[in-house]
Design a protein. Sequence first.
Length: 389
Amino acid sequence: MLIMVRLIDNFKDLTTQAAGVYLFLIAFVFLQLPPVDRLCAGETVLFEEPFEDTDWAARGWYDGPDMKITSGEHIPGSGSSCEWHWRNTGDVVPESRGARVLFTPVESVSLSFYIKHSADWEWTKVNWHPHEFLFMTTEDGQFTGPAYTHLTLYVEVVNGKPRLAIQDGANIDQSRIGENLVGVTERRAVAGGNGDSDGYGGGYYKNGDEFWNGKEWDTGEIYFSDEPGPYYKGDWHHIKASFKLNSVVDGIGVCDGVLQYWYDGRLLMDYRDVLYRTGRHPGMKINQFLMLPYFGPGVPHEQSIWIDDLKIAEEELPASTPGGCDFNNDGALNILDAIDLLLKARADPVDPSLDRDGDGAYSPDDAIALLVDIIHGDCLDAVLEKYKF
């Protein structure tokens, strides 16, 4: 392959026919490559749940695990899935009530799973709930309620829109509620109540004698639709959410935390300037996962959600977003993107986005580098279905 690449030093030497032959050879080699392992580079698995049996405690579930599995719905290659079944109108929690898992404390965590909704699934029609998946940290106990903590991370879908959210009500300076304490003290909340720490807002509300808070990030568009198609809620979809806690430097929280959400291998949310913790909690780490489905307003009728192939991992997130790989903007990653890169390089050889290998020059090496990025899952705009993690 390297000999073939070096035969042509740059795109201006390529005729249209030569470019076609060259990319055909690249395509041939590319298609002969074996699929990459499901384990992403830089990833350490912390917990896996295939939902194949109900021996929950043996795999680390605690706090009353009472999940239900069914062989009636599951992804290809699986024998069963977890079913969240709300049987009666008005039910808040399903028959499969969920549980918690403790894992090695980490500063960067990812959650991946497959999800499917029943065809008659209806949302809350308000801007909250259902709660689905949560993470908590070492700053709270293993049985602490998740809504009022030093940090809770949420992964859920609200009215068909993917959502990531945080709460840290236990950090609120209740005596200075509504004051902007950013830059004044590190003894403050980041999700609302004591100012906007990272520019993403946040709110607070009274609950009994104290104020609680919350901050969320949404896609803005519906990805779990009532209508059949690529976003149909009644099909299986692969979800991955990642969180990386921000740095604390010289006792001050730095806005460099990461928050990401993938849908069927396509990156929908990517924020790299989030504040999760202040200098008050420099040793905070993520160490607890909760699967606790909760439909606050009560379901409008009997309905279900199925979950399969759940995995929690520590992941080395890149310091910056790799360049997009979908060069032809067709929503998929494959050999056609390498062909499009070559064509664009011939038309506009000074476009810096074409320098895939970072050598400061534009050559066929960049097409190879693009294919390598696709194979290794280093494209944050999407991931080729065949190599999806």
